[in-house]
Design a protein around this ligand. Structure first.
Ligand code: PEP
Ligand code: MN
Length: 362
């Protein structure tokens, strides 16, 4: 761990100190967008009864990917957030993308700010937000950038940390993909897991709504988040989801959300039973053994690759043989399928191996 990672880990405040929670998962819930005082209050009244719900969210300014969609109600919505807080006691949260947003939120007493996925990708915008919150004691949550990488995500957190923000957390909301897939945003769990490995003290929240894009997946995605040890969720909830002005397909009513939260299972048992402990050790030994074999096989594969590379060079044959690569990938995917392995997984794995093989021959 680098010195700056250690410093950040040491200085970040545990989330329980600024957002106390006694139930797992704990949740920040509320509509994608603020639409009216009635919509906000009705939604909040439905949510406040759940012991899991610890804060109320609503988007006031909506950075939309395409123009001509609803871009947020603006300042008027901040008064409705204040009303929600006055009536339910729930702390409020909204997205900020520039100085003016931060200033208005501070003026209207918003409790928690978050940086959206379309802003995290932009270091100048993040820096502007950081300057605006400098010296103010307000929590800031940072959503992952829309593209699948850790650097911009961590960079945004570091910029906020550098101006003195200590109430920080990261929100995992998945990564956009060019190809259509089941989910709106690919969760790529290895990225939040890597974030957790490098910044173990940085609180991590999962946003299953924006990963799913469809209300039917919110429960399984929330369960996956819990199963990898994420205890906080941000979930969109609307009193009339089908008529929501943004993200209608992925919102659920407060009633549906509260029932779902009660169904989620928390796996937090330590390994104490001796028998279970032994079984886990044995299985881990098997897995480590296979990993070692995979590495050995990869080394051997690369040796043959080097040899074929030399031969191609001697005979002036191009390194990349597209037809051979397509055949190889196709047959590996078919073989994998026969053995019950996920097609996407085999494809990703062999793309990585093939890229390395090509690199070695250049
Ligand atoms: C949102 O939370 O409504 C939102 C716009 O999220 P994201 O920045 O993750 O797309
Ligand atoms: Mn949304």
């Amino acid at each position: 761990m680098t010195e700056s990672q250690k410093k950040l880990n040491r200085e970040i405040m545990p989330i329980g100190q600024w957002l106390p929670h006694d139930h797992i998962p704990w949740v920040i819930a509320g509509p994608c967008s603020a639409e009216s005082a009635e919509q906000m209050l009705a939604t909040a009244r439905g949510l406040v009864g759940s012991p899991h719900v610890k804060a109320f969210r609503a988007g006031i300014w909506k950075p939309r990917t395409r123009p001509n969609s609803f871009e947020g109600i603006g300042e008027a919505g901040l008064q409705w957030l204040a009303q929600v807080k006055a009536e339910t006691g729930l702390p409020t949260a909204t997205e900020v993308a520039k100085t003016e947003h931060v200033e208005l939120c501070l003026k209207h007493g918003v409790d928690i700010l978050w940086v959206g996925a379309r802003t995290t990708v932009s270091p100048f915008a993040v820096q502007e937000i950081a300057e605006a919150v400098k010296g103010v004691d307000i929590p800031v949550l940072v959503k992952n950038p829309i593209n699948a990488e850790l650097g911009l995500w961590v960079g945004a957190i570091e910029r906020l940390h550098a101006v003195g923000v200590r109430k920080l957390a990261a929100i995992h909301r998945g990564f956009s993909t060019y190809v259509e897939m089941e989910f709106r945003n690919d969760p790529k769990w290895q990225i939040p897991i890597e974030l957790k490995r490098q910044w173990p003290d940085l609180p991590l929240i999962c946003d299953p709504s924006h990963i799913s894009g469809n209300r039917q997946f919110i429960e399984p995605v929330s369960q996956m988040a819990l199963d990898i040890g994420i205890q906080g969720l941000m979930i969109e909830s609307h009193i009339d989801p089908d008529h929501a002005w943004s993200d209608a397909k992925q919102q659920v009513t407060p009633e549906v959300l509260c029932r779902m939260l009660d169904r989620l299972r928390v796996r937090d048992a330590p390994i104490t039973d001796r028998d279970v402990k032994q079984k886990i050790s044995r299985l881990r030994a098997e897995i480590s053994h296979i990993d070692a074999k995979i590495i050995q096989d990869l080394a051997e594969r690369m040796k043959w690759v080097a040899e074929i590379g030399r031969l191609k060079q001697q005979h002036n044959i191009p390194v990349l043989q597209l037809e051979r690569w397509e055949n190889l990938l196709g047959s590996h995917i078919a073989k994998g399928k026969e053995l019950g392995l996920d097609e996407e997984f085999i494809k990703d794995l062999f793309e990585l191996i093939h890229a390395q093989a090509v690199k070695q021959q250049l």
